[in-house]
Design a binder for this molecule. Structure first.
Ligand code: GAL
Length: 414
């Protein structure tokens, strides 16, 4: 009887222990990768990167832990809780730039300077990116890509059928919008469901109206948010919002983009993950221009970071090596729509859009994206996001400008 009890007791113990291990992801030869890449292009790019890893480490089981929601609006909050709760994934998506401040890196993350040295990473990424990647004197993430935020995508057939040229100025933009509107075609499609998309578009309008230096100054205190040019930018953006689809609040960025693919909308302002999305749909009927008035590269970069408590530390370090490798970047970026962070990946692997982005990255002034982690600490970027999301429905220029100014005062004082 006693033996039977002991056997049952040990089975329960073993079962309980394995369940606990599964629950915290600690057991077995695994690798949990955390990101928000679930949309077309994003998901394919991530899978291709994981396939490169899998070829080198076939015995490791990869757990693709995604929390959907463009720009990481949902994923970042969940991740912060996991980090502080001592239950982190093995590696997670992190924008290059000030976003890392949110995760208290000195407490929760492993500085990657040794990896940069041993892999020669400080020699293969452009200097602008290397500077953006450093925070408090350390590298905290290995970048996989460089994305451009200020792209105006358009449906080529709709422009050709209506004998229109893609707009190079805002005057032209409003003229073509009028033509499309009269034909019951949505001039500009937008999805504001996740709360960040409107801020993304406004960021590009700010760069257009203030220029790259004026825009950069907004995040350092050199440009005042009370500047009349910010008022101009808000008014311009307000006029743009008058021509977007009425169901924008119900759609995510990729759902809104479907209108352009279906020939129901003419234009779309979004980062070049859009290029990856089109590729994933085998759609080639799109053209691109920079957002009017922005011969500037509004840039951002996705990297992967390493929590101090990563349950499978060696597997995670190997993942970071794959992320930074030529093979990894060559597999990932053509599907993701981005250009590689490395400067030595063969450009012929990329479609014409990406080849043009590669040229622009090296020739145009660079402005760091605020909506995608580069320009400001996360707390400020979040307040900015909420203010601009509200603007998309209340269209109140003066209250919005005051709120933006207050947000700057609160955060610059920190
Ligand atoms: C950005 C991210 C991109 C893309 C986009 C939409 O923040 O850097 O890689 O995923 O969100 O989800």
């Amino acid at each position: 009887m006693a033996r039977r009890f002991l056997t049952v007791f040990s089975i329960v113990l073993v079962l309980g222990a394995s369940l606990a291990l599964v629950a915290c992801g600690g057991g077995g030869n695994k690798l949990e990768i955390y990101s928000w890449w679930t949309a077309g292009g994003e998901a394919e790019g991530l899978k291709a990167l994981m396939d490169v890893y899998h070829k080198q480490y076939p015995n490791v089981q990869i757990i693709n832990a995604t929390v959907a929601g463009g720009a990481g609006t949902n994923a970042k909050a969940v991740l912060a809780t996991r980090l502080t709760g001592g239950n982190p994934p093995d590696a997670f998506q992190l924008h290059a730039g000030l976003e890392v401040q949110k995760y208290d890196p000195e407490k929760y993350l492993v500085p990657l300077d040794d990896l940069y040295k041993s892999q020669g990473l400080d020699k293969v990424f452009p200097q602008d990116l290397l500077s953006l990647l450093q925070y408090k004197g350390h590298y905290w993430g290995v970048p996989v890509d460089i994305h451009r935020a200020n792209v105006l995508w358009y449906n080529k057939k709709l422009f050709a059928d209506n004998r229109l040229q893609p707009p190079a100025t805002w005057d032209e933009y409003f003229k073509v919008s009028k033509v499309f509107k009269a034909k019951k075609i949505i001039p500009m499609t937008m999805g504001t469901k996740e709360g960040w998309e409107s801020c993304h578009v406004f960021e590009t309008v700010l760069i257009s109206v203030l220029g790259p230096d004026g825009y950069k100054g907004l995040w350092t205190g050199a440009t005042k948010w009370t500047d009349p040019k910010v008022t101009d930018a808000l008014n311009l953006y307000k006029n743009m919002l008058a021509d977007i689809n009425t169901d924008h609040a119900a759609l995510s960025w990729d759902q809104a983009l479907q209108y352009l693919l279906d020939g129901k909308a003419a234009m779309f302002i979004m980062g070049d993950w859009t290029n990856g999305w089109f590729t994933s749909k085998n759609f080639t009927g799109y053209g691109w221009e920079c957002v009017p008035g922005t011969k500037v590269f509004d840039g951002l970069s996705d990297s992967f970071a390493l929590p101090k408590k990563a349950p499978h530390m060696q597997n995670a370090l190997n993942w970071l090596q794959v992320c930074g490798s030529q093979a990894g970047q060559a597999a990932f970026n053509p599907l993701k729509g981005s250009i590689p962070a490395r400067t030595d990946v063969d450009p012929s692997l990329f479609n014409p859009y990406s080849q043009s982005a590669m040229k622009d990255w090296t020739s145009e002034p660079i402005a760091p994206s605020v909506m995608h982690g580069a320009a400001a600490i996360e707390k400020w970027a979040t307040v900015y996001k909420d203010i601009m999301n509200t603007f998309a429905t209340n269209l109140d220029v003066s209250t919005t400008q005051q709120a933006l100014d207050q947000a700057a005062k609160d955060n610059l004082a920190m």
